[in-house]
Design a binder for this molecule. Structure first.
Ligand code: NAP
Length: 289
């Protein structure tokens, strides 16, 4: 395409694929950074049904894409269609970010770094090395979070999941630092715990609240919820009322987007309060900092 100045204009394209995809807030995030950094790029939502996934990924280059984000229900299926970019991604067996290099299609998973960077951004004094964590849930997001907590040197991660067998699978995968516990005994494991993470969908808009007795949780422990609709779940409100440091799930959503942006558009964007406010207002129009 010719620009007004006569030079060829190179528009870098990326998108998010999922089925359905209309709910995705990724275009808001990447659109903010493209504008802020003055990059000639686009980031769109592309509905891709499961039967069309392989064709879409194979056709990324011909369609002019530098890559894409991948969301539900494609994260595991997409993994089988890409070259894993790193050992973490290989362990997780799921990708949320795809990019092209030298004609090859690579995939990576940025959920773990999104989680940890959000946590450290919000709680800079938190030290995880040799600490204990309790993780509620053993679904797709939990695997990435358990992986990154172990990478950070956490000595023990107790995982309470409604379906205990799925917590046991994480133990089988990650080894003896992971301790599966019964869902209804989760509160018994909170003493000596430095970090409590909700990775279940409980507390999400339209779902029941997560109910857990926090009375045994040391007061200097941090509580984080990866659910971000609502911005502040009942778990976080209860924890804040007890005086715990709390970390909202929206931070993870913003931080997980950073690496994809830099892989496609060539600049490392920053998660700043303006971006947080922009997306928070999209989730809750009544939001005020
Ligand atoms: N902030 C972010 O960037 C971010 C990123 C990814 C996901 N998320 C959010 O995290 C949540 C989980 O996502 P996911 O992809 O991991 O989902 P998933 O793979 O479907 O896992 C869902 C988890 O929630 C548990 N669960 C669901 N209903 C429950 C109930 N009634 N009682 C107890 N446990 C219940 C499931 O337990 P069972 O195994 O027993 O079914 C499972 O552990 C969603 O709300 C999602 O929006 C946020």
């Amino acid at each position: 395409m010719a620009s007004p100045g006569g030079r060829d204009r190179v528009l870098i394209k990326s998108c998010v694929i999922g089925w359905p995809i209309s709910h995705s807030r990724s275009p808001l995030i990447h659109g903010y950074w493209l504008k802020q950094l003055g990059i000639d790029g686009s980031y769109t939502r592309q509905p891709v049904e499961p039967s069309a996934l392989a064709g879409f990924i194979r056709g990324l280059s011909d369609a002019g894409y530098a890559g894409c984000n991948v969301t539900l229900p494609h994260k595991e299926d997409a993994f089988r269609l890409i070259l894993p970019a790193d050992a973490s991604t290989e362990r997780l067996g799921a990708v949320n970010t795809i990019y092209l290099r030298d004609g090859r299609v690579f995939g990576t998973n940025t959920d773990g770094e999104g989680f940890i960077n959000s946590l450290m951004d919000s709680q800079p004094g938190l030290s995880l090395k040799n600490s204990r964590a309790v993780v509620l849930g053993a679904g797709g997001a939990s695997i990435a979070i358990v992986n990154v907590l172990l990478e950070q040197g956490v000595s023990e991660v107790a995982i309470a999941n409604r379906t205990r067998a799925k917590a046991q699978l994480l133990r089988d995968q990650f080894g003896s630092r992971v301790m599966p516990v019964d869902w209804d005994t989760a509160a018994d494991h909170l003493s000596e715990c430095s970090l409590l993470v909700n990775t279940t969908s409980l507390g999400m808009k339209g779902q029941a609240d997560l109910v857990i007795d926090l009375s045994r949780l040391p007061i200097d422990a941090v509580v984080t919820d990866i659910v971000y609709t609502p911005l502040r779940t009942k778990l976080l409100m209860d924890a804040a009322q007890r005086g715990h440091g709390v970390v909202e799930g929206l931070g993870m959503l913003l931080h997980q987007a950073v690496r994809g942006f830099s892989l496609w558009f060539g600049e490392i964007p920053r998660v700043n309060p303006d971006l947080y406010d922009l997306v928070a207002r999209d989730i809750d129009p009544a939001y005020a900092r």
